[in-house]
Design a protein. Sequence first.
Length: 180
Amino acid sequence: MRTLLVGCFALGLLAPQDAGLKIFKRWLDRAHSGYGSDEGPARFRNATVEAAYPGRRFYYVLTYPRGMGIARNALSLVAQVDDHGTVLPLVLASPATFRAGLRKVKTKEDARQAAAAVLILALGDPAQRRWKFEESRFTIERNKNGWVCTYSYGATYLSRVTFDKHGTLTGIDPRTPPVA
């Protein structure tokens, strides 16, 4: 009986792999054949991101910064897999790629959470080992054009995320200190 219980428990742990992850892996192999990474492919799990993007699933590969001598075919990338199985990579130069599923900003609290989630995704590390974006440290300004969310690392490194007056993401500008 004990063996049967242990076996049933083990089967529960071997739940089927996330379908979105399978799609992401296939897409990576086609779009970035021979890529290398230190972490992933894996599901991007972060409480702030999950709260700002309810019901959305992100996946990632991450190559750690090394300074000189980056690994061949090194890849760091975050992508969303939509309900139709389409892989939508997030591109820092295109805020539109970060909009799908992001809650509209209506309050300062919404702005803090959304800005933190966007910057966490932009840096591509769900554990935030290099830089942590704490919602409480954002300075939020509202003007006639929308919202400006600023995160400061001293006077020199200011990260900004902007939203228009309708609460839609319009800009992403992460500025972090260099790796020590």
